[in-house]
Design a protein around this ligand. Structure first.
Ligand SMILES: Nc1nc2c(ncn2[C@@H]2O[C@H](COP(=O)(O)OP(=O)(O)OP(=O)(O)O)[C@@H](O)[C@H]2O)c(=O)[nH]1
Ligand SMILES: [Mg+2]
Length: 291
């Protein structure tokens, strides 16, 4: 599954981010708590060098709580950026984040504080803003690219919060990262191959959360280890068969991905700090500075 990107996109993306960040007192980077590495945009590391930044691990209600704690420890103890986890629809949790922004910059600021909410598509930026506003000020939806333009909302704590369109970072040459983003709904469904993504994610989950998957699909030993065998087992349980009894892999894959995204399999994380955080190696995107 190849997703094509061209230098034009890269330049445009970088310019959009630079413009948005230049206006901000604080940047709230909204990550998907289940994939904090794949859902981050490494361009922010360079663009936010002189701007306060807060990492929000959103969709915490869908992520493995133990792994989220490991991520928080990782970000808070080994990087200069403060990280907190929350569920975007929970008022008290989102306000904790908004108030944190305020406490970080109020010193010496006579005017309202500007908070820019940025992140890749579908991580819950607009949802968080709606929760903070206490009403629906921004359109939300469980497909990427819902927000199309920047939008300012005045919050009651002297913060002006800006919603921005989700921007997918432009170098996706790491296949597994693309799979994780697709599995969590950050890439348009039109551009993805469900069976391929379900096979990758299924095999990963059978390694990391075999009990949750087995319980959801009532699997009995010997448990499938390969993604394709898992899809066959799901197809058998859910009647995903074509004429003459052939397995309908596409249908089984769609069921699996839909239920995974909705948290029906359980609270899962697809990345852990030990395995995924490239702390010792230079990130490929660092080269984008020269574009
Ligand atoms: N379970 C759960 N769902 C959430 C959470 N936050 C947002 N969502 C859902 O995630 C989907 C995407 O939310 P949006 O707020 O539209 O995401 P966005 O980042 O603004 O997306 P774009 O505008 O496309 O970049 C919606 O279906 C939300 O209901 C959360 O904390 N938990
Ligand atoms: Mg949005």
């Amino acid at each position: 599954m190849d997703i094509q990107w061209f230098p034009g996109h890269m330049r445009e993306t970088k310019e959009l981010l630079i413009k948005a960040v230049a206006k901000a007192d604080v940047v709230m980077e909204i990550l998907d708590a289940r994939i904090p590495v794949s859902s981050s945009n490494p361009l922010l590391d360079t663009i936010c060098k002189n701007t306060l930044r807060l990492k929000i691990l959103n969709k915490n209600d869908l992520a493995d709580p133990e792994t989220t704690q490991l991520w928080l420890d990782h970000f808070n103890q080994t990087t200069a950026t403060t990280a907190i986890a929350l569920t975007g629809t929970q008022s008290n949790e989102t306000w904790r984040a908004a108030d944190l922004c305020l406490t970080k910059v109020t010193k010496g600021k006579a005017r309202r504080v500007r908070v820019m909410v940025v992140g890749i598509p579908n991580t819950g930026k607009s949802t968080i803003i709606n929760t903070l506003a206490g009403k629906k000020v921004a359109r939300t939806g469980n497909v990427p690219a819902i927000t199309r333009q920047q939008q300012r909302t005045e919050l009651k704590n002297a913060v002006d919060i800006y919603d921005t369109p989700g921007i997918l970072w432009p170098v996706m040459d790491e296949k597994e990262q693309t799979y994780r983003l697709a599995a969590m709904g950050a890439i348009s469904d039109i551009a993805i191959d469900y069976t391929e993504i379900a096979c990758f994610t299924g095999a990963l989950l059978m390694e990391t959360y075999p009990d949750l998957v087995s319980r959801r699909y009532r699997l009995s030993p010997p448990l499938p280890r390969e993604g394709i065998a898992l899809l066959e087992a799901i197809a058998a349980k859910r009647g995903c068969l074509r004429k003459q009894g052939a397995v309908d892999y596409q249908k089984a894959a769609e069921i699996f991905i839909r239920e995974l995204r909705a948290g029906k399999i359980g609270r899962i994380s697809l990345e852990t700090p030990e395995i995924n955080f490239p702390s010792t190696t230079a990130h490929p995107l660092e080269t984008l500075e020269n574009i």
